[in-house]
Each structure stands twice: as structure tokens, then as C-alpha cells.
Design a protein around this ligand. Structure first.
Ligand SMILES: *Cc1c(COP(=O)(O)O)cnc(C)c1O
Length: 368
């Protein structure tokens, strides 16, 4: 048996009738840009995330950029991001005109280390972008406390953490705003690019919507110059079909992760992911660590198990940040995770047989 890293087609098959009908409806009504499907999704997603506003946009990277522009980021402003994330988190800071400041992660949870946060704050710091990496909530209580004390905004990057919870409260409700990606492989995925920002701040929501739609909410207004970043009707219609299934899919991911952790406990040379106490991890990725990561990935591939490295380099060490001249000892935890991390297959439709096949292959491949 071969096990894919993810199986998007399987999810489509499980909802084929509804998805095909939704797509046909968009085509029949030519509701390609804005329209009822987009409005319905914005309302449904805000409700599902427990926030009062949702501004949809073209992708999860734009979502972060739009939120930052609306929060008034300007040249010279410093924004703190974790040392380990997808590049969207940091590149959008630069795109908004700000300066990226990296903060190392906590080795247990792989999220922004609150102990290191104070040391990153200067008189120019305006905000913090914690990332709930792999689906694990960042330490939102402490991060929000620091932000309040210093008058900083917080944008939660929730691209990997739909429906995750910290102390019984959904991620995305702690920050000034929270951004989501519906890239096909995310826990809630469209059939193309899609994204959104949620917030409880009505003024901020209006500003973000305006900016994302050429600076005006009504044709001809253009109160400001904006950009064109829209969720298209087809993607919205597909997301409307999928959203009601997200709680079930999340439960399935959590059950699969629990089984991984049970079956792989004690495997030599393998470090299993831990779960912060009081949180609800949603397992966008099940990431193990090994000193022999590349060899392990190779042996798993030979046994028909696809894996993925998320991510092979911590953000400060990407070529695009060579100008900052960071050394591994500046961000030891991000550096170590990038060297050791290996994501095993996990997706809602994964069968127990598939998972057991992966575990058998890991047991046979780990520790040399
Ligand atoms: C996927 C992702 C994004 C960006 O999403 P896109 O929709 O691909 O632009 C941002 N941050 C993180 C942590 C992500 O994983």
C-alpha cells in the first residue's frame, strides 16, 4: 500500500454531488465576482470562527498584507514574527512597508516563544504576528498580555489552525485580526487560492474590505487607493459546501494524530509532537523530529509513504533574508526544527489502514 501525503481527490469524491451543483450554480448565474456565494461565505465563516466580521480575499498571504495595511503599518515600523513559519508571514510585513523582526520559537510547541518576545520589542515595534504552526495554538494569553502592555496590535496567522482552541476559546478571537488561508491543502481548502481576515472591529473590517476592493465599497467611490484581492464566486461556493464539514474533519485529524502518538511512542530516535496543555490542536500537520530526517524520509519513500518537510529552512536563514546576516545561534530552536522536522501524512479522509501502514514503515525505518 502506498500512502499519499494528502488526498484532495478523496475529499472531492465525498462531496461530489454538492460541489458539482454549487459550481454549476455559479456558472448558471454568472456569480463569478462577489455575489451571493461570497456574501454567504463571509457570514458563515465569521460565525464559525466566533467573530463578528469576515473580509474574504484572494489568498492567505494577501489576508496578512491587507490586515497590516489597514492597521497603518508604515516604513520604519517593526513587526515581530516567529522564526519558523511559511514565508507569507514575513514577506507580507515587508510588502506592507514594515520591517521584519524575527523571534525564536519555543521548542515544545514550535510557536512564538513568549519568553523571548520582550527582547525583540523596540520603540519602533507596532505589532506581533503569532502563527499557530501545524495547527498548535501559540501562547495567546502571554502574547496578548505583552501586546496590551506595550500598545501593540496582534494579527493571528491562522492559516494552519482553523477551529483550534486555546483555553477553550477559538484562535482568531484573541488578536486585533486573524488571517486564514483556504489553499487546497489547508484544513479548510478551496479548489484554488482563497483567503480571509476575521475581526471583531467593525471599523477595521470596513477599512480592510475597502482596501481589498480597489479602495471603495461602491462603484466609483475609491476613497483610497487599494488593491484587487477577491475571493471568487466559484471558490466561495465550494467553501460553502465544505465549511459545515470542518468540525467533523477536524475531529478526524485529531483522532488520527492521537493514534500516531500512541503507535509511535517509544520509537528510537524519533521525537513526537507535543500538545500544549489546555489547547485544542487541529493537526494541520503531524510533524515528528529526527536527527536522521533526510535518511528517514528516503526510507519512507521507498516504502511508499510520502512525507513533507515544513519547512527546510527557518525564515531568518532564507536567501531573501541574507541581508540580515543571521547566524544559527540567533534562532537555535527554529534552526533545529528546520533541520529535524518531517511531516507524516495526515488528512481527514485518511483511513486507519493507511495510518497503520505509515506507522509500520516508520518503525522499520527509524533509528537507522
Ligand atoms: C498557507 C499559509 C499562508 C498563506 O496562505 P496562501 O493562501 O497560500 O497565501 C500564510 N501563513 C501560513 C503559516 C501558511 O501556512
Amino acid at each position: 500500500m502506498t500512502v499519499p501525503f494528502a488526498d484532495l481527490h478523496q475529499q472531492y469524491l465525498s462531496l461530489k454531488t454538492e460541489i458539482d451543483a454549487a459550481i454549476a450554480d455559479v456558472i448558471r448565474t454568472s456569480a463569478f465576482i462577489r455575489g451571493p456565494h461570497v456574501e454567504r461565505f463571509e457570514q458563515a465563516f465569521a460565525a464559525a470562527m466566533g467573530t463578528s466580521h469576515c473580509v474574504s480575499c484572494a489568498n492567505g498571504t494577501d489576508a496578512i498584507y491587507i490586515a497590516m495595511v489597514a492597521l497603518g503599518v508604515k516604513p520604519g515600523d517593526e513587526v515581530i514574527v516567529p522564526s519558523m513559519s511559511w514565508i507569507s508571514t514575513s514577506e507580507s510585513v515587508t510588502q506592507a512597508g514594515g520591517t521584519v523582526v524575527f523571534c525564536d520559537i519555543d521548542p515544545e510547541t514550535h510557536t512564538l516563544d513568549p519568553d523571548k518576545l520582550a527582547g525583540c520589542i523596540t520603540s519602533r515595534t507596532v505589532g506581533i504576528i503569532p502563527v499557530h504552526l501545524y495547527g498548535q495554538p501559540a501562547a495567546m494569553d502571554r502574547i496578548v498580555n505583552v501586546a496590551h502592555a506595550r500598545g501593540l496590535w496582534v494579527i493571528e496567522d491562522c492559516a494552519q489552525s482553523h477551529l483550534a482552541e486555546f483555553n477553550g476559546r477559538k484562535v482568531g478571537t484573541f488578536g486585533t485580526a486573524a488571517t486564514f488561508s483556504f489553499y487546497p491543502g489547508k484544513n479548510l481548502g478551496a479548489m484554488g487560492d482563497a483567503g480571509a481576515v476575521v475581526t471583531n472591529d467593525a471599523g477595521l473590517a470596513t477599512h480592510m474590505a475597502k482596501f481589498a476592493r480597489h479602495g471603495g465599497l461602491r462603484k466609483g467611490d475609491h476613497e483610497i487607493e487599494g488593491i484587487n484581492s477577491r475571493l471568487d464566486g466559484l471558490q466561495a461556493a465550494i467553501l460553502n459546501v465544505k465549511l459545515p464539514h470542518l468540525p467533523t474533519w477536524t475531529e478526524q485529524r485529531r483522532a488520527l494524530a492521537a493514534r500516531y502518538s500512541e503507535e509511535l511512542a517509544g520509537v528510537q530516535g524519533l521525537c513526537l509532537p507535543s500538545c500544549r496543555e489546555g489547547t485544542r490542536h487541529v493537526w494541520h500537520l503531524y510533524v515528528v523530529q529526527s536527527e536522521e530526517r533526510d535518511a528517514l524520509a528516503g526510507r519512507l519513500r521507498e516504502r511508499g509513504v510520502q512525507t513533507s518537510v515544513n519547512y527546510p529552512r527557518a525564515l531568518p536563514f532564507l536567501p531573501c533574508y541574507s541581508r540580515l546576516k543571521h547566524a544559527p545561534e540567533d534562532f537555535p530552536e527554529g534552526h533545529a526544527l528546520a533541520r529535524r522536522c518531517l511531516a507524516l501524512p495526515i488528512f481527514a479522509e485518511m483511513t486507519v489502514d493507511q495510518l497503520d501502514t505509515v506507522c509500520e514503515a516508520v518503525r522499520a525505518s527509524a533509528g537507522g
